[in-house]
Design a protein. Structure first.
Length: 140
């Protein structure tokens, strides 16, 4: 008998070896949102590769959302990405709500749209969003 899987749990994998559970989540998004989230996902992996001290990323599911962690270096904090359920076509990057990351990003990039102290909403990838991911990956 198989052990039950906890809700939101998924096997952690390294970049380059996709987790079927994560792939299934991406596959379930509506096409326009899926394209945006896949572009954001690639930006996260590319940025981690270029940033010194980040190391390999693990992609997994947390709360049913694609999530990115740095288990080797433990730099920064976990970020998650997902569609915004009540807002068709919109997506967000989620950060741990007990950090000051979103507060810092709000001061640096007031042109972005924020969701309280835990998320940044975006309709497109902008230079500010690229900067947020870069700053997060070097651990603010």
């Amino acid at each position: 008998m198989k052990k039950p899987v906890k809700k939101g749990a998924a096997k952690k994998t390294r970049a380059g070896s996709p987790d079927p559970a994560v792939e299934a989540v991406f596959g379930a998004y509506p096409k326009p949102v899926k394209a945006k989230l896949l572009a954001l996902r690639q930006l996260i992996f590319d940025t981690a590769k270029l940033a010194k001290g980040v190391g390999a990323l693990d992609e997994t599911l947390k709360w049913g959302q694609p999530s990115y962690l740095t288990p080797e270096t433990k730099s920064g904090s976990t970020i998650r990405i997902d569609q915004v359920k009540p807002a068709a076509g919109q997506y967000a990057i989620y950060f741990h709500c007990q950090t000051n990351l979103v507060e810092t990003f709000r001061e640096l990039y007031p042109e972005l749209s924020f969701g309280g102290n835990r998320s940044i909403f975006s309709l497109r990838i902008t230079s500010s969003l690229v900067s947020v991911i870069s700053l997060r990956s070097i651990s603010i």
